[in-house]
Design a binder for this molecule. Structure first.
Ligand SMILES: Nc1nc2c(c(=O)[nH]1)N[C@H]1C(S)=C(S)[C@@H](COP(=O)(O)O)O[C@H]1N2
Ligand SMILES: [Mo]
Length: 530
């Protein structure tokens, strides 16, 4: 192709190809939204699994921590997304160049248009597996090439050029137009995600009384079969048990519940397509689908999750009222022949831990009286009381029983996050009144429970007992945080507030400070108050 570049006409072709590439990405997004059938999604997933762990371990990695130091929440994931966008655009651009070259070779520029569309659409089907978004990508790329060719001047055409200088402006305009339209289309259908639609049918198959008593406890979640309190009743109980302290999250996190994902694009799993298989070292392999799971007797359970990557006083800790079926019910008849389990999910995530932990585990399909939201694992996630968040696998589709231990996604990257969560007391609110300062926060110690929270206002020399919120549902596994609060007269001037928790076994939260990597943050939260 060197003969083309000597007259300077190869540059417009490259520019056209890049614009066609961008348009193709946008075309795919327009029809797929931010779902796994968006052509960039599988690329981010491959990157997430393969880019050197030291560089990009997303939610927890050094790059993300670097980003957080500058106030950027998920730098690791953003870099991953940009990289994937660049790869996708590059792929489409190469295909477009090939189509332009072929058209020029055969002397029919118009052939390039069709060929671009076909190649880009084909590549998209291969990468993302969905036909309709692939057509969107193909049409958008082909459109840009068509505009470029249409704006190519006669002399340029005579010189054997398929797209000329003026066409650069043409394809730019075309790409901008497609970009705006595509972005609007793609983000419009996506925000509400498909949860409502996909649980509509399955929710209807639930037995039981509906569990709603006028609060937001509707959705797919039915009341537990034991005739116990409904989701609505439990949520209002939690609300009245919460301290009304400004700046302090209630006992149920609701919309503020944190989210940690290894994939850039969350799976979008329809409840009707979901199933969970029990495989590996078991006497009886079995599979349950959503209807079967939700027609089993369900339980409602408050449970707190905390990510092992949560900084000492961070907020990757949350509590919700979950509805689901005890995992035990699936395992009891399975004849287990191994001591370990690998839980796997639709996003390629996997975590291993002792199967014993599942004795109190739950397959949850409801959160706070509603169907499980997509970002928290719709339609079904695993919950394992007492353990760090990472083994609470979302979008779960397989439980494989193993004879020997193996490493999970995070353990392959050096984390030790499958075991019991550390004891922590967070200091979230410091409210200064006229003659009183109130400090408050949340404390959690997994299934050990919180017995006491102590506060020092003199840098740790003397300690006072904080008041604690009531324990929510102690009989349901017991892995539920508590709020603490302490009010005191300002000592006058600068002083250091320190807080520490004592767990249910009487053990005080260790004082020794450490960051989250690799076993979870430890130490006492302290804050200088003026
Ligand atoms: N399938 C899948 N499950 C997953 C994850 C994930 O990336 N993919 N992240 C884990 C981690 S590290 C944590 S802390 C919790 C967070 O759950 P949340 O996002 O609902 O708060 O989910 C766990 N389950
Ligand atoms: Mo986590």
């Amino acid at each position: 192709m060197s003969h083309v570049s000597t007259d300077g006409s190869f540059a417009p072709a490259i520019v056209t190809a890049v614009f066609a590439g961008i348009a193709g990405i946008v075309g795919s997004y327009a029809l797929a939204g931010y779902t796994p059938s968006f052509v960039v999604a599988p690329i981010t997933a491959v990157l997430a699994q393969n880019v050197p762990a030291a560089l990009l371990t997303f939610a927890k990695g050094p790059l993300t921590q670097f980003g957080q130091a500058f106030g950027i929440e998920h730098l690791g994931q953003q870099v991953n997304l940009l990289l994937a966008l660049a790869i996708g655009t590059g792929l489409f651009a190469c295909l477009t160049l090939a189509a332009l070259a072929t058209g020029r070779q055969l002397g029919t520029a118009t052939l390039s248009i069709g060929l671009t569309g076909v190649l880009v659409a084909l590549a998209t089907v291969i990468v993302a597996g969905a036909i309709v978004p692939a057509l969107g990508a193909g049409v958008a790329s082909a459109l840009v090439v068509a505009i470029a060719i249409a704006t190519t001047t006669g002399t340029e055409r005579q010189a054997g050029v398929s797209t000329g200088r003026r066409s650069m402006l043409g394809s730019l305009a075309g790409t901008l137009g497609i970009g705006v339209l595509g972005y609007t289309l793609g983000s419009s259908g996506e925000a509400g995600d498909s949860v409502a639609a996909s649980t509509g049918a399955a929710g209807g198959s639930n037995t039981g009384g509906g569990g709603s008593d006028g609060t937001n406890a509707s959705g797919g979640a039915n009341a537990s079969s034991g005739g116990g309190p409904s989701a609505g009743q439990l949520l209002s109980k939690a609300e009245s048990a919460s301290f009304g302290i400004s700046g302090l999250e209630g006992l149920v996190s609701g919309e503020d519940f944190y989210e940690v994902d290894t994939a850039n694009v969350n799976p979008d799993v329809n409840a009707n397509d979901w199933s969970l298989s029990l495989t590996g070292a078991v006497g009886n392999e079995r599979t349950v689908d959503y209807d079967q799971l939700t027609s089993m007797a369900s339980e409602l359970r408050f449970m707190t999750l905390r990510c092992v990557s949560d900084p000492l006083n961070g907020d990757k800790m949350g509590n919700a009222l979950w509805e689901g079926v005890p995992v035990r019910k699936l395992l009891d008849t399975a004849n287990l022949q191994g001591k370990y389990v690998m839980a796997r999910s639709d996003d390629g995530y996997f975590e291993e831990f002792p199967v014993e932990a599942l004795t109190t585990g739950m397959l949850a399909y409801g959160k706070d009286g509603n169907p499980l939201p997509r970002k928290h694992g719709h339609p079904v996630r695993l919950l394992v009381p007492g353990h760090w968040g990472e083994i609470n696998v979302k979008w779960i589709d397989e439980l494989e029983i193993l004879n020997r231990p193996a490493k999970g996604f995070w353990e392959k990257r050096g984390w030790h996050g499958t075991g019991p969560a550390n004891t922590v007391a967070k200091l979230y609110a410091t409210n200064k009144g006229d003659d009183e300062i109130t400090v408050a926060g949340h404390a959690n110690a997994g299934t050990r429970g919180i017995r006491k929270v102590e506060v020092s206002t003199d840098g740790g020399s003397s300690w006072n007992e904080a008041r604690l919120s009531d324990v929510l549902e102690p009989n349901l596994g017991g892995d539920v945080w508590r709020q603490w609060a302490y009010s005191y007269e300002p000592p006058g001037g600068k002083h250091e507030v320190v807080v520490r928790a004592i767990d249910g076994s009487g053990t005080t939260q260790p004082k020794k400070n450490s960051g989250p990597y690799p076993r979870g943050a430890s130490g006492w939260v302290s804050k200088t108050v003026e």
